[in-house]
Design a protein around this ligand. Structure first.
Ligand SMILES: Nc1ncnc2c1ncn2[C@@H]1O[C@H](COP(=O)(O)OP(=O)(O)OP(=O)(O)O)[C@@H](O)[C@H]1O
Ligand SMILES: [Mg+2]
Length: 263
């Protein structure tokens, strides 16, 4: 498989008349791991949700292109089919649908009719991936995320990632609420995906995740856009010094977005 490219160009996103994402630019290629860090309320989750097609977010400007195809023209399920994957900061619970059923239909919806994954193959793959993530098999028959602990939800998002094998994944705070062992397990899962045909955007508040997963690029988001980029060392500096030095350097007083109405 050749390397994929997700190209976000000049993206501007509004929620109920407020501009949250402002002329945002980023290119993620297969084989690359990017990290976005940034203070609370600077638009990180909004960016992820907008790319995945959350109906609340209105794209007023710019483009998102995956391998030459316009993602913003696609329905939400078509985005997944095209190879995009989003692990949300707060995964939703679906009562009445087991984890296994959910993953099987997600896999099959990416395949052509008549070419569905066989039940045997599916079970074998799910067993293997659950083992890898040190998950109890009982989770395959539980309703999706229902009653899952915070850490179990995050682990389950990574299970979906390993099962669906997307081209580009956006992982929003996949490390929040994980204990130390779970952090290692989840990181191993992500590292296992690392290849030329997989590109990843990791949204995180903490350098510790990046101790396990070495990012190629680290970006800092403020006021709905990237204000600084660097290598892995940028995350280390943020861990040590916080964000004030960037705000001073750039003359930013309030890093948050969302309160200002469109002019
Ligand atoms: N549906 C919505 N309605 C109104 N405002 C919203 C909505 N979604 C996001 N916002 C606002 O947009 C701003 C950015 O939110 P977002 O969730 O993208 O921040 P974030 O960078 O992910 O923060 P955190 O690090 O705390 O997760 C916030 O001020 C938030 O209140
Ligand atoms: Mg967020």
């Amino acid at each position: 498989m050749s390397a994929s490219t997700l190209k976000i160009e000049d993206l501007t996103v509004e929620i109920e008349g407020s501009e949250i994402i402002k002329h945002f630019n980023l290119e993620i290629k297969g084989g690359e791991i990017h990290a976005i860090m940034g203070p609370n309320g600077t638009g990180k989750s909004t960016l992820a949700s907008a790319i995945m097609g959350h109906p609340k977010y209105e794209i007023t400007h710019g483009s998102v292109i995956l391998d030459g195809e316009d993602v913003l023209e696609m329905e939400v399920d078509e985005r997944a089919k095209a190879g995009l994957f989003l692990a949300m900061q707060y995964p939703s619970e679906i009562s009445g649908v087991t984890n296994a059923d959910f993953m099987r239909s997600a896999i099959n919806s990416k395949r052509e009719e008549g070419d569905e994954i066989s039940l045997m193959k599916f079970i074998r793959k799910m067993d293997e991936k659950m083992d890898k993530l040190e998950m109890n098999q009982a989770f395959s028959q539980r309703y999706l995320n229902e009653g899952f602990s915070g850490g179990e939800k995050k682990r389950n998002e990574i299970l979906q990632l390993l099962m669906l094998e997307p081209k580009i994944a956006i992982l929003d705070e996949i490390d929040s609420g994980l204990d130390i062992d779970a952090l290692r397990v989840v990181s191993n899962g992500i590292n296992e995906m690392k290849s030329e045909s997989f590109g990843c955007l990791i949204i995180t508040h903490y350098q510790r995740l990046l101790n396990y997963i070495t990012p190629d690029r680290v970006h800092v988001m403020m006021q709905g856009r990237i204000v600084k980029s660097g290598g892995a060392e940028l995350a280390e500096r943020l861990e040590a010094d916080g964000y004030d030095w960037i705000k001073e350097e750039l003359g930013i007083e309030d890093e948050r977005v969302g309160n200002q109405q469109k002019a």
